[in-house]
Ligand binder design. Sequence first.
Ligand code: HEC
Ligand code: HEC
Ligand code: HEC
Ligand code: HEC
Ligand code: HEC
Ligand code: HEC
Ligand code: HEC
Ligand code: HEC
Ligand code: HEC
Ligand code: HEC
Ligand code: HEC
Ligand code: HEC
Length: 288
Amino acid sequence: MRVARVLNLLSAIFLFCCIGTAVAADPAQAPATLTNADCVKCHEKPPKDIASNGGKHKTEVTCQDCHQGHPPKVKKPIPLCSQCHDGKPHYKLQGCLNCHSNPHTPKIIKFGNNVTDPCLTCHTPQIEKLRTFKSKHSALACSFCHNVHGRIPDCTQCHKSHSAEIVQKDCKACHQAHMPKEVTYKNDVPSKFCAACHKKAFTLLTASTSKHSKLACAYCHKDKHKTVPACTQCHVKPHPAAIMSKFPKCGECHSIAHDLNHWSAPAAAPAAPKAPAAKKPAAAPVKK
Ligand code: HEC
Ligand code: HEC
Ligand code: HEC
Ligand code: HEC
Ligand code: HEC
Ligand code: HEC
Ligand code: HEC
Ligand code: HEC
Ligand code: HEC
Ligand code: HEC
Ligand code: HEC
Ligand code: HEC
């Protein structure tokens, strides 16, 4: 191996002599031109990197498209990225090589955990959400969470869940990463998820024997957290107007939605709407 190296070096020196002197020494003879196939004879790593992870720097350009000339004739044959990459905001960034740390493997990208602005040259919807809907996430750098390009972190990497029943894949049933405080959900979010924080409402409702107990939390508290529905959204004109104007509050007779008075139970004589005095029928379950 060592012998081969020495031989290589010798032939390198020889080649340099050719490159340097060929033209002057013998104008009749064609100058020895360096081809892309020659590079690997003396440079080990760049050709290897390009071969394994060169991407478009392998398929769209050659060594010599970038490295025009060679020492000693051209002292530093290192290209500027801007020679070929121009015209997009991304190409106006400083320090291309800070992220594309090896131009021979351009898609292997490394950056620190405090990067935001460079990301915005390609991604904008996320920053709009982060800025419009202020939360503690708004103060974090993009790469604090996405520390490898394209990687999506689990919420549970940094947060504890609200309950054992809620696991990583469930977080986005209620939260969006870039606007985590705007809690919204669909009708099918399980009531036991709400129970993580609303134990009392959950126990009361599930223990109740009224028809409401069959309904999901999200069926009544629709779409957005803290939405409280009016009874009349679902029960349009439940009783004659005369009664309603006299007793405008449903709760006076029915108690609360989670624990409706249960008048059909055998022991409790149903109180007719005309007899609002029956505020607390005997068999009414315990109220809060
Ligand atoms: C015969 C051996 C040999 C061949 C073939 C060769 N090089 Fe070199 N190359 C060297 C040596 C030795 C140096 C260091 C010269 C110096 O620093 O003055 C060098 C330097 C370089 C540099 C400059 C590195 C720097 O840090 O400034 C680049 C770029 C380069 N070569 C690219 C190429 C490319 C591209 C090819 C193929 C087209 C090639 N070389 C072919 C031996 C070779
Ligand atoms: C897209 C342009 C591009 C292509 C294609 C490219 N290089 Fe480079 N190369 C660079 C740049 C830019 C640097 C300087 C990197 C730095 O400063 O860290 C470099 C550095 C080098 C160096 C000196 C530093 C080192 O890593 O040893 C050599 C030698 C080299 N290239 C050889 C090659 C060879 C051989 C090929 C083809 C197999 C090649 N390059 C293809 C852009 C390119
Ligand atoms: C000699 C021209 C040339 C130079 C110099 C050059 N590139 Fe490229 N590069 C290309 C071409 C051509 C492509 C493929 C078309 C495109 O994506 O624009 C490319 C593609 C890329 C890609 C995408 C690779 C892929 O596989 O999708 C990256 C990243 C990149 N270049 C970064 C750089 C960086 C960083 C530098 C400076 C260190 C640089 N380039 C210098 C010509 C060049
Ligand atoms: C903060 C890190 C960072 C810096 C600085 C940076 N890039 Fe990039 N670059 C990226 C990321 C991330 C990608 C996306 C790669 C992907 O699509 O997988 C990328 C993609 C590219 C691409 C291919 C996609 C495209 O839009 O063309 C090129 C070319 C490129 N960069 C060139 C450059 C040049 C030139 C510079 C310097 C002016 C530079 N980059 C500076 C991170 C960076
Ligand atoms: C890389 C770590 C990280 C990841 C991943 C992460 N967060 Fe956070 N999150 C934080 C930090 C740091 C805070 C601020 C904590 C503090 O100051 O108490 C925070 C705060 C929050 C807050 C409170 C916001 C406020 O303004 O009060 C919510 C809600 C939240 N995260 C939800 C999520 C959800 C949901 C996910 C997944 C989609 C997630 N987080 C992913 C680090 C992370
Ligand atoms: C608190 C951690 C955190 C921060 C800060 C953060 N993200 Fe995200 N990002 C995530 C999580 C988690 C997802 C996955 C969301 C999902 O699965 O619904 C994500 C998804 C993405 C996606 C995929 C598409 C999408 O919107 O869902 C992109 C692109 C993205 N983030 C870019 C960014 C950019 C750019 C920034 C900075 C402006 C940023 N992120 C800041 C955690 C974060
Ligand atoms: C040069 C443009 C460019 C830059 C700069 C860039 N990205 Fe990307 N990013 C892309 C492209 C292209 C994709 C692939 C898009 C896709 O698959 O939909 C991507 C994908 C992502 C994804 C995964 C999206 C998904 O749906 O899985 C995340 C997360 C992401 N980028 C975050 C970032 C962060 C954070 C930064 C800054 C550190 C950044 N990007 C810088 C172009 C870029
Ligand atoms: C059923 C809906 C729902 C699900 C599912 C959910 N969250 Fe929440 N989360 C909330 C609500 C509502 C709040 C806000 C409470 C408030 O206003 O104080 C919250 C607040 C948070 C906070 C802020 C601090 C705190 O504990 O109050 C973090 C962090 C958080 N959630 C992380 C997560 C993570 C991680 C997951 C997935 C494992 C998750 N959440 C799943 C509804 C949900
Ligand atoms: C992470 C804990 C958490 C989760 C999960 C959660 N909530 Fe809440 N919720 C809260 C907090 C904290 C409040 C504010 C309590 C207060 O102001 O006294 C609240 C308030 C409410 C309110 C009352 C608003 C008002 O005006 O009084 C309703 C209704 C509500 N939540 C419904 C739900 C529903 C439905 C779910 C499930 C989809 C749910 N919550 C999931 C923490 C949570
Ligand atoms: C989002 C819709 C919705 C809201 C809001 C709502 N309910 Fe209901 N309620 C229902 C449904 C659905 C039933 C069952 C109907 C059936 O099965 O016939 C029901 C049944 C009832 C019953 C009959 C109970 C039984 O067991 O026979 C009463 C009484 C009632 N609701 C009163 C109320 C009162 C009072 C409120 C406000 C505190 C209210 N509802 C809010 C949807 C709703
Ligand atoms: C039938 C519709 C309905 C269902 C189902 C329902 N709620 Fe409610 N909820 C209401 C109404 C209406 C109010 C307003 C108080 C009232 O009039 O009863 C309320 C009030 C609340 C409040 C604020 C007052 C309080 O009691 O703390 C919370 C929190 C709440 N609900 C959570 C939940 C949770 C969690 C579930 C599921 C376990 C749930 N709700 C199921 C209709 C419903
Ligand atoms: C003065 C007392 C009183 C008031 C106020 C009152 N109700 Fe009733 N409501 C009753 C009685 C009594 C019944 C019959 C109970 C039964 O049949 O078991 C009843 C029955 C109902 C039923 C069940 C009808 C069915 O077909 O099963 C609904 C729904 C209802 N009320 C909704 C409401 C709503 C919504 C309000 C407020 C807008 C309201 N009630 C106000 C006393 C009242």
